[in-house]
Design a binder for this molecule. Sequence first.
Ligand code: VNL
Length: 193
Amino acid sequence: MSLRWALIALLTGRPMTGYDISKGFSRSVAHVWHAPDSQIYPELNRMERDGLLRSVEIPWGKKGTKKEYHVTDEGLAEFRTWMDSPQVPQRQRDPAYLKAAYFDFADPAAVREQLRQQQEYWEEHLAMLERTRASLVDRTHPILAARIEKLDDREAELAVRCKVYAYDGLIARARSELAWIADGFTLVDELEA
Ligand code: VNL
């Protein structure tokens, strides 16, 4: 259900074609709400059917057309309603933590290998988040740049600050994952000793 709010969030920046949505989403909103293309395209159709989006045929190539999606007034109103609604804290459901609680059942070599993989993932993810944050601060991120074009200075400043706040949280989480993984290597040495 949150996917539709994530898509409206993206489209409040500017109208986009399905292709632009899938490309733009993965470089922006996906960092706070991941979804595969296989979910995005059918959701766009449902949102259009539900009146949250309206599509306009725009010229494409020599004689083709493609759909450009716009947020409707109703879509924006429902997005604001969702934004203002209470947020139930999401309970943890991460197999890495489930496994960690039972490392004493596992082969230490297998645990180390999994820790290495997790570490590699989080290091790359952290670097990507930091690069993205920098492109928000200097306003070179193309999705953000298009969004703030139609905003005044004060509104642009606020839009940037909210996004940077979200990335600061994601970056802090990634760092804490890496510190936790480092502790895991220490633990597995002790388990083996
Ligand atoms: C936007 C641009 C959002 C860049 C982002 O992440 C981002 C936006 C939430 O303008 O909606 O990295």
